[in-house]
Design a protein around this ligand. Structure first.
Ligand code: ADP
Ligand code: MG
Length: 258
């Protein structure tokens, strides 16, 4: 299984929207896909239609009580797409884990040798605390959603420093598979300029596909559905299909055959 953390310590940049829709696109292409909700807000769980009452065991239990991964997995309405949901308890995990040994390795241990899925996406919270460190330690690679706004690059340098620290201490082979520009608004000169600057600075690391600002993407979660199901032909859905295709193209060759 290849594991991809979707991280950026800024909130509201499109992490969860990207996690839900790219996971859906991968499942639709035949990849047995697992989505792990690692944000105490549980937006990925809600957006996938997993009601709070259906979240018996969650990513909290995985990290803090070290239950088996299989116990925490629930299926979604999308064939081939399963989820480990999050509950508000998870906000306590940041503190509860501080005093345990190998506190950044809990998720990595839980995922070790898992054979039931081909690909796993981890939806990270908007911080660089222990939850995100667990995700980066467990991941093969990182996908960074970047909103085209003025301070986008500044936040990124902080994230890249964290990635370097994780590479040095916990996960030497952690890669960055790409940066996805999100909430792009063609009519806005500033977003255009920011996108240009980001490409100049990061080069090929930036995916060609740009996710447009699209109201259908923001409506879908309230229906408990990925946008790709809620309205598969809207501009946002089409962009996520294209991003998934690019992502597959960047995966190591031996992992592509799902
Ligand atoms: P994060 O997980 O980084 O906090 P979200 O994916 O939850 O970000 O996005 C923040 C808000 O913006 C949500 O209300 C979401 O529905 C909305 N949103 C995300 N991407 C888009 C987009 N491309 N177009 C319009 N709204 C978006
Ligand atoms: Mg989120």
């Amino acid at each position: 299984m290849i594991t991809i953390a979707i991280a950026n310590q800024k909130g509201g940049v499109g992490k969860t929207t990207t996690a839900i829709n790219i996971a859906t696109a991968m499942a639709a292409t035949g990849w047995r896909t697992l989505l792990i909700d690692l944000d105490p807000q549980g937006n990925a769980s809600t957006g996938m239609g997993v009601e709070a009452s259906a979240r018996h065991l969650s990513s909290y239990d995985l990290l803090v009580d070290e239950i088996a991964l299989g116990e925490a997995i629930v299926s979604t309405s999308i064939p081939g797409l399963d989820i480990v949901p999050a509950t508000v308890d998870l906000s306590g995990a940041e503190i509860e884990l501080v005093s345990v040994e190998e506190r950044t390795a809990r998720l990595s241990k839980a995922l070790h040798n898992h054979r039931g899925h081909d690909i796993c996406f981890i939806d990270c919270p908007p911080s660089l605390g222990l939850l995100t460190l667990n995700a980066l330690s467990a991941a093969d690679t990182l996908l960074v959603p970047l909103q085209c706004e003025f301070f986008a690059l500044e936040g990124l340098s902080q994230l890249l420093q964290t990635v370097e620290r994780v590479q040095q201490r916990f996960n030497p082979s952690l890669g960055i598979i790409g940066v996805a520009l999100t909430m792009f608004d063609r009519r806005n000169r500033l977003t255009d300029q920011v996108a240009e600057d980001v490409r100049e600075c990061l080069g090929n690391l930036v995916f060609d596909t740009v996710i447009p600002r699209n109201v259908r993407l923001s409506e879908a979660p309230s229906h408990g559905l990925p946008a790709l199901v809620y309205d598969h032909s809207c501009a946002g859905s089409r962009a996520y299909i294209s991003l998934a295709r690019e992502l597959i193209g960047r995966l190591p060759r031996e992992r592509k055959a799902a």
